[in-house]
Design a binder for this molecule. Structure first.
Ligand code: ATP
Ligand code: MG
Length: 169
């Protein structure tokens, strides 16, 4: 059995990680799509697809999870063809996991079984909250796996974000 999980992962955090670890323990393989793959260097989308790829793969490997396959997916800006677009990039899947109601609808309309996983500590484990804390130079590291902190430090992600805000104002 193969499952699909989709997110933007700006950045990958402990909420995503808990859900993917759970799914990976239940199925043979998890396909993880990195959505809006073309976006980076924006306050809402600071990290490239490659950087997000590293965050996810290192975090999962650190926890001895290896049954995953990561696929970056560019936006097509046409909801009616988005599922076909994703299908053209991934191996066939039996089930889709998402908390996003539009993604749920689009896949259900195409006949997929969709599961809605529980949210973990959503107030803090949220991409928006982490980006806000980074900009305010508050403690964001407690909300992400250690490997994500390492990737962000390696690419100097915090100063990228502070620069992006300077450019924005
Ligand atoms: P943003 O605030 O930037 O939208 P996000 O935390 O919602 O970030 P996404 O990449 O947009 O993260 O979400 C990908 C998927 O992860 C969605 O289905 C989302 O509901 C799920 N998700 C987000 N936060 C959690 C959490 N705390 N626990 C479990 N799943 C989560
Ligand atoms: Mg979101």
């Amino acid at each position: 059995m193969r499952a699909l999980y989709i997110g933007r992962f700006q950045p990958y955090h402990l909420g995503h990680h808990a859900v993917i670890a759970q799914i990976a323990s239940e199925v043979d393989e998890v396909i993880i799509c990195i959505g809006s793959a073309q976006r980076s260097h924006e306050l809402e989308n600071p990290f490239t697809a490659g950087e997000r790829y590293l965050m996810i793969s290192k975090s999962l490997r650190d926890d001895d999870i290896f049954n995953f396959y990561i696929v970056p997916v560019l936006d097509v800006n046409r909801n009616a063809i988005w599922v076909s677009h994703v299908e053209s990039l991934i191996p066939p899947v039996d089930v889709v996991y998402t908390n996003n109601s539009l993604i749920e609808r689009l896949f259900e309309e195409r006949g997929y079984k969709v599961h809605v996983p529980l949210l973990f500590n959503r107030k803090e484990y949220s991409g928006s909250e982490i980006r806000k804390r980074m900009l305010n130079q508050e403690n964001w590291k407690v909300l992400v796996p250690e490997a994500v902190t390492e990737v962000i430090e390696e690419i100097d992600g915090l100063s990228r974000m502070l620069d992006l805000r300077r450019c924005d104002t």
